[in-house]
Design a protein around this ligand. Sequence first.
Ligand code: NAD
Length: 259
Amino acid sequence: MSQSRVVIVTGSTSGIGLGIARAFAARGDSVVLNGFGEPAAIAALVAELGAGGARVTHDPADMSKPAEIARLVHDAEARHGRIDVVVANAGIQHTARVEDFPPERWDAILAINLSAAFHLARAVLPGMQARGQGRIVNIASVHGLVASADKGAYVAAKHGLVGLTKVIALENAERGITCNAICPGWVRTPLVEKQIVARAERERLSMDEAQRALLAEKEPTLRFTAPEDIAEAVLFLCGPAGGNITGTTLALDGGWTAR
Ligand code: NAD
């Protein structure tokens, strides 16, 4: 793999995706940011990540829209000539029991958390296959390995994403392309902040108490994983030592799936 790579990170205007994009940009890789946000805030991120000399752009493609995903990949290839790394990270959450789950939220979660990774891989694979190299990292979740109540759509999407990861790995095993899934436990991002607020309101707890309850229920280490730690794991999978790691899951989950 060449020194400076071309990297797409979906959902990288916030949280885990932003941490991953920062880490690639800090190495001098060319990074295509993606995700929603205020134009001024996004412009500030592009400037911040590019300050060290990395080529950083933002593409607003909506991951729920297959045509926009294809357009994103097409434009990135036209601009940079190739794509070396794709991190399918964009994701949303909604919690409710199955019988109460709004069908439109089910559709949105499946589209953004699962189908987008298929559309991305479908678009980038021909170029990677032609060059005989590439790295695809899908940001799944511990919920790609185990379940929790009230997360039917999310658990279904993330289990599906782990399955898709294995298939892409097998189909490309002899072509210099790896595909792996990262399975984080709790990471304190806006996606999880909403769940802490909901728990505090539901159980009449302070934010600190709700945070402790959330961790105690699932993570033996009682601590959040940082986006920077997830980014290091992605860099490892995309680096030389990751060359023969494919079709697997890497859990950064504080022991969640050990019990
Ligand atoms: P976040 O809410 O902080 O960030 C989500 C990002 O996705 C944002 O940049 C947002 O703009 C973007 N996004 C949302 N909908 C989009 C769409 N339709 N098209 C394009 N971009 C879109 O969330 P996060 O916690 O950083 O989550 C990132 C990924 O990590 C998700 O796939 C999530 O399921 C997964 N994950 C998160 C945790 C956690 O504890 N936070 C744990 C395990 C897995």
